[in-house]
Design a binder for this molecule. Sequence first.
Ligand code: HEC
Length: 173
Amino acid sequence: MGPLQIGEYNQEMGYVAEEGPAGQIGYHSPYADRGGNAPQNQAPASADAGVAKTEEQAPPVEAAPAVNYELITDAGRLENGAKVFAANCLACHGAKGEGGIGPNFTDNYWIHGDGSFNPIVKVIQDGVPIKGMIAWKPVLKESDLLDVASYVYGLRGTNPPNQKEPQGIEYGE
Ligand code: HEC
């Protein structure tokens, strides 16, 4: 094809011509900008986007985890958990875990599991992709995942303002 046809070709392919801040014209693939960005106030594409997943195929989060993880109590690691939370979870679960797009972590109500540590680890690992909660296992290293899970576990009863209404089933104090 001749050079004059390239613009037309790009248009047909769904590429969008955009004028950059310096006036230069760039072509943006509609598929660019996947991943790499921290999720904002919107459901991120599932970690394994492209693999069609039906509700039936999603593994049941309630299933007993294969590994038994120990709750982290070390202050330095919990501090790291708070940082991981602020970087990755705050947009949906609130700065203090009060909830927003995602559930409140400071009440005694849980949708997945009974609020004990291992089901919390499991739902963070596997996510709930159909609800917009991505699987964090491919994203976070295991120590960071356990740190943030332990931080979330410890948010119960902290009673921050603007709590989201309870979701799920109430479990003991
Ligand atoms: C894009 C929004 C979003 C982000 C970011 C997000 N979550 Fe979620 N999360 C959700 C939603 C929505 C649910 C509820 C899923 C459902 O309804 O089954 C959820 C559920 C959970 C649950 C289960 C709560 C329950 O009641 O059983 C845990 C634990 C959790 N998220 C932890 C995290 C952690 C830790 C991070 C950061 C590493 C994170 N989430 C990031 C949206 C998000």
